[in-house]
Design a protein around this ligand. Sequence first.
Ligand code: ABN
Length: 177
Amino acid sequence: MKSRSILDRWFESSSRSLAQRTSRRGFLGTFGRILVGASVLPLLPIDRSGSASAAEPPLKKSVTGDQSSCDYWKFCAIDGFLCSCCGGSSSTCPPGTTPSPITWIGTCHNPVDGRDYIVSYNDCCGKTSCGNCFCNRNEREKPLYRLSVNNDVNWCMANDNPNYHCSVSLILGVAEK
Ligand code: ABN
């Protein structure tokens, strides 16, 4: 017994003290809980929305709201240069131009909320043609004898300076079904 090393004695005493503090049943219980927990883990709900949207085709720009794209829903009956490409916005004239007081009217479907809107297309007047982002869409346009629903007219004709520059679109209200 004298020949037992310090290491042997240390292992023996620590094993004995561990055996006194724990039971085989306790160990099996803890081990069982770990096993069950590990097997249930993959069943827990996980937010996979990031990977789902990556798998879906990207939304068209027109739906997400690129107001300098001819595809944008509000431009469904516009004929002219988009003021959003001419120093203004989709609903405001560029500096130095004046909106026409007379306009043509369209009805456009907004795919985001599923509603139809009455849209007024005003020309911005007082400067020569902008030349950017020409857009000609004619949804529900009527022949020229119904002026207010035809877009192929220079609505700057009643302005002091009748030069046509670009067109804006203003939402007037929701169209009743
Ligand atoms: N309303 C846009 C427009 C302006 C001039 C000529 C045709 C159409």
